[in-house]
Design a protein around this ligand. Structure first.
Ligand code: FAD
Length: 138
């Protein structure tokens, strides 16, 4: 009997979760999703977290199909010829196919004054830093 195909998805944002969940529709595919934190961040809700009008974090069990194996770690290096990933924890993961869905981050502010006065809002950490700043603003 043929062995299952191993697919690893790097990044558990919207794209990675959608890809992983859809891949589980095939019974002959093992799906592993690698993400640095154990919960899903709704980036489109980060401004609500900052404004205190909503939450932006949900548990993966609420959004991820049961057949997806979640590995909480960061991918540090992709060895494409060897089809392996080096993880920040020191481990490695082998794959047959890779889905690269690591999203985006804040750019370095090039506008004069932005570095001193602007607040980025692209990640959960940035949103959590901005929340008390906004709270302290008269
Ligand atoms: C405040 C805010 C409001 C927004 N509002 C809207 C909106 O109203 N409508 C809209 O369409 N879009 C909106 N966007 C944009 C939208 O959030 C992004 O387009 C979307 O998140 C991209 O999805 P993604 O899956 O590609 O990446 P992400 O959602 O960023 O997910 C990427 C994932 O990859 C993980 N990752 C990164 N590097 C590694 C690594 N080395 N190893 C393992 N995992 C890794 C990250 O931790 C993250 O979990 C908004 C963005 C922000 C910041």
């Amino acid at each position: 009997m043929a062995e299952n195909t191993d697919v690893v998805v790097i990044g558990g944002g919207y794209a990675g979760v959608m890809a992983a969940n859809r891949l589980t529709l095939r019974g002959d595919v093992n799906v592993t999703l690698v993400n640095p934190r154990p919960s899903f961040v709704h980036r489109i809700r980060l401004h609500q977290l900052v404004g205190g009008t909503g939450e932006a974090v949900v548990e993966y069990r609420e959004v991820l199909a049961g057949r997806v194996r979640l590995v909480v770690d960061s991918v540090e290096r992709i060895d494409a010829p060897g089809r392996t990933l080096a993880l920040a924890s020191g481990g490695t993961l082998a794959y047959d196919y890779l889905v690269y869905a690591v999203g985006s981050a804040s750019a370095d502010p090039g506008v004069p004054g932005a570095a001193e006065f602007a607040h980025p809002l692209a990640s959960l950490e940035e949103a959590r830093r901005l929340r008390p700043v906004l709270d302290a603003t008269p």
